[in-house]
Design a protein around this ligand. Structure first.
Ligand code: GCU
Length: 407
């Protein structure tokens, strides 16, 4: 009798342990990772109609110099991860890279390699990486893309001929892009509240960890791109990781280079993108609280762009891609410009629109490489392309603040 009672108790404790383990594994919204303090909920935040001032510190004072900006950048990062994307784990210390294949391509002009990275507490997080490396000693600058698979860059041969390593990784290895699903990365790091976009961005940062170990890579010249949801991922990774010298969100729109307060016709809104039947799982659950309350956001996407400064970034979009909010992309560009100016990097912020619709077309790749040539090597494009297009000249000035003077 006593023994039976004791066994029942033991089973109950085991059951409780299992429940706690499961709760831990399937990250509970509302539970912050260690060290993350709660910020005010939507109802406690002030209403800000214009693009918020990135230069106002949390204590109400205004940024005066670069040291202040470094502090402010950390505040912005904390806020954007807390409300929008969730928090990511630190870098894995010992990533293992296995070369699965290597072949000569482009008539001997390059080597194409398929690499498998593995990491995580039990090495259960794997990332497939494709690299096409120009012939020669290097080191070569890199253009890294996040996608669903690898070897997906349409004019890789041309880009390699221009002297760049073309690389891509399969972001879906980290998170399969399905609602109500815990992907391999989230399962491996249950103490973090990161949503899908943050997982994909973290994966790109781990690929860059691997690049840092390669002599053939020019560590000062790494560009990171992606299209659409991949463009949102590229911008987030570029904002967080200062090893990324050039950030190129392509067709990224809502949650990317578009902004929430200024919406062009037929563009995707915060409410639409975070709808439970759509892409709520790309974001931290608390981001949905701001649906139809965008003016309560203490930031807008120009803050994410501003985090890139003084490194380089260009958003590349299509004027016919209304869903991706070209108008709002122009407005967030204008909102980020003062920060680039403040840091003496005005020429590092680009914006480019082509005619047509939602895709990362060959022309977009050429724009990307032309801009990379300019910011990496001060080479002006033979194409004569200009990198500062503001196609909505009548758009209202989206803010009333200005660049702090007297640095
Ligand atoms: C949907 C989504 C967009 C996203 C796009 C894509 O259209 O609403 O936000 O950019 O998918 O990733 O293709």
């Amino acid at each position: 009798m006593v023994r039976q009672y004791r066994n029942t108790i033991i089973n109950q404790i085991r059951g409780l342990g299992l429940i706690l383990l499961l709760l831990g594994m399937f990250a509970c919204p509302g539970t912050n990772p260690a060290g993350v303090v709660d910020m005010p909920g939507v109802d406690k935040l002030p209403d800000i109609k214009e693009l918020p001032d990135p230069f106002v510190m949390n204590d109400g004072t205004r940024v005066k110099n670069k040291t202040d900006w470094a502090k402010r950048r950390e505040e912005i990062k904390a806020m954007m991860l807390y409300y929008q994307y969730g928090h990511i784990p630190p870098a894995h210390k010992n990533i293992i890279a296995k070369e699965l294949s290597s072949e000569t391509v482009y008539d001997g002009g390059a080597t194409k390699k398929h690499i498998l990275l593995s990491m995580g507490p039990e090495r259960e997080v794997k990332i497939n990486v494709g690299m096409v490396i120009p012939k020669g000693e290097g080191p070569f600058p890199v253009i890294l893309k996040n996608d669903r698979g690898i070897f997906n860059v349409p004019i890789a041969d041309e880009i390699v001929r221009r002297g760049y390593i073309v690389a891509d990784y399969a972001r879906t290895d980290l998170d399969p892009d399905q609602k109500n699903t815990v992907g391999p990365a989230q399962a491996a790091y249950p103490d973090y509240d990161w949503a899908t976009l943050a997982v994909w961005a973290w994966g790109g940062m781990r690929v860059i960890d691997y690049f840092m170990t390669l002599d053939v890579v020019d560590k000062e010249r790494i560009a990171f791109t992606g299209h659409s949801r991949g463009g949102k991922t590229a911008l987030l990774a570029g904002a967080l990781d200062e090893r990324i010298a050039l950030v190129v969100p392509n067709g990224s729109g809502c949650g990317g280079a578009g902004c929430y307060r200024f919406q062009g016709e037929k563009s995707e809104t915060l409410e639409r993108i975070t709808a439970p039947e759509r892409f709520e799982y790309w974001f931290h659950p608390r981001f949905r609280d701001f649906a139809d309350k965008e003016t309560k956001l203490p930031f807008d996407q120009h803050f994410l762009k501003a985090m890139v400064a003084p490194r380089a970034m260009i958003s590349i979009d299509a004027l016919g891609d209304l869903w991706a909010n070209p108008y709002g992309t122009q407005q967030s560009h204008r909102g980020a410009q003062p920060v680039f100016e403040f840091l003496g990097a005005d020429d590092k912020l680009g914006i480019y629109f082509r005619a047509g619709g939602h895709a990362q077309k060959e022309d977009d790749w050429r724009t990307l490489v032309d801009f990379a040539d300019k910011v990496f090597f001060e080479k002006m494009p033979a194409s004569g392309r200009l990198f500062c297009q503001l196609p909505f000249p009548n758009a209202p000035q989206p803010f009333s603040w200005s660049v702090p003077r007297g640095k």
